[in-house]
Design a protein around this ligand. Structure first.
Ligand code: FAD
Ligand code: NAP
Length: 318
């Protein structure tokens, strides 16, 4: 396949990238490579349990869910290249060039970027140790495990407050821990949080340590601005302190991006997953307004693939 122009290059092999791979190849594109720097599957493979993927019942880990996906794609001809993409740019022929960390480059008519986003860590003691065992960054994913129990939420932005409201419907009580006494979140959301009876605001307080035992988290210790500490006994701690969008592959040598991003660094797409740059599509957690769910990322990948097929067809046959 060397020196051949790819019909489509897919960057990232999570649910969005793998579904894009399935739909592009099964839809007739012949030379498609999915660049995934690790094993395909994406961030859901870190999850010990997923119970909201439609049609999949019973106890299943994120890894179990994703294992059959690459094989299904390979059946239709998708190639996986285990390389890290460093940059995607456009060349003088109006095609894309995919640069990889091994110094190679590959030309492609279309690109679907599916590199996801990474929730930031807050940086308190015990956060990494108990991640996935009581510390979570996804209320939609893990909130149900704390049905009827008390949980803590860390953060003061829109995500933290909206997720606190979501958790308050499932959990007995939510402690909302924020390092200041005013919020970044929109005033309407702040008002809803303040009027929710089972949300207790723990303000001017930063998490110092999450602790627990072999079974998982048992509590969080916070310290306030007067240096007073407080122990809050909870089995679950949700942190929402912002996201790093994995958009680095789109950054050009001059520091500009290959397509338009919003102020949070998310790729702006239309309902067809088209970016502002013709032939470049984005799918999954990297795009604006992503619900950050496997089913949605997979749906995006399918939409982007169908558009990439039309784009390549138009480019080569008209
Ligand atoms: P990702 O899954 O993040 O995949 C991106 C891929 O791109 C990664 O494999 C990465 O290695 C690769 N990549 C990144 N940069 C490069 C590069 N430069 N070169 C090559 N490869 C690159 N969702 C649910 O629906 N239900 C749940 O219960 C649930 N639980 C979750 C639990 C945890 C602990 C986490 C972390 C997430 C959970 N999610 C859940 C969210 C879900 O995992 C994501 O919404 C989904 O994986 C997003 O898919 P994606 O394909 O957009 O990105
Ligand atoms: P965000 O706005 O950056 O808020 C992050 C919050 O975490 C802030 O309150 C910050 O505190 C706190 N924080 C950061 N680092 C911390 C640390 N180490 N320890 C403790 N607390 C820490 O992130 P976001 O809430 O994810 O929102 C991201 C963007 O998406 C925003 O533009 C937001 O408006 C948007 N968004 C919009 C909606 C909506 O419109 N419905 C929903 C979700 C997100 P400080 O305030 O003190 O800095």
């Amino acid at each position: 396949m060397e020196n051949m122009i790819l019909d489509c290059a897919i960057i990232g092999g999570g649910p969005a990238g793998l579904t894009a791979g399935l739909y592009t190849t099964r839809g007739g594109l012949e030379n498609v490579i999915m660049y995934e720097k690790g094993m395909p599957g994406g961030q859901i493979t870190q999850s010990s349990e997923i119970e909201n993927y439609p049609g999949v019942t019973g106890e299943i880990t994120g890894m179990d869910l994703m294992i059959p996906w690459p094989e299904q794609c390979q059946k239709f001809g998708l190639k996986h290249e285990m390389s890290e993409v460093t940059r995607v740019c456009k060349n003088e022929n109006d095609n894309f060039l995919i640069h990889t960390s091994d110094g190679k480059s590959q030309e492609a008519y279309s690109v679907i970027v599916c590199t996801g986003s990474t929730p930031k860590r807050a940086g308190f003691a015990g956060e990494d140790k108990f991640f996935g065992r009581g510390v979570s960054t996804c209320a939609t994913c893990d909130g149900f495990f704390y049905k009827g129990k008390e949980v803590a939420v860390v953060g003061g932005g829109d995500t933290a407050l909206e997720e606190a409201l979501y958790l308050a419907k499932i959990c007995k009580k939510v402690y909302l821990i924020h390092r200041r006494d005013t919020f970044r979140a929109s005033p309407n959301t702040v008002a809803r949080v303040k009027s929710t009876e089972n949300i207790e605001l723990v303000l001017n307080s930063a998490p110092e340590e999450v602790y627990g035992d072999a079974m998982g988290v048992t509590g969080i210790r916070v310290i306030n601005k007067d240096k007073e500490t407080r122990e809050i006994g909870v089995p679950g701690v949700f942190t929402f302190v912002g996201n790093n969008v994995n958009n680095q592959v789109l950054m050009q040598e001059d520091g500009n991006f290959l397509c338009e991003l919003n102020s949070a660094g998310e790729v702006i797409v239309d309902l067809s997953m088209r970016t502002s740059n013709a032939g470049l599509f984005a799918a999954g957690d990297i795009r604006i307004e992503a619900p950050k769910q496997v089913v949605c990322a997979a749906g995006d990948g399918a939409v982007a693939a169908l558009q990439a097929i039309s784009y390549v067809d138009e480019k080569l046959n008209h």
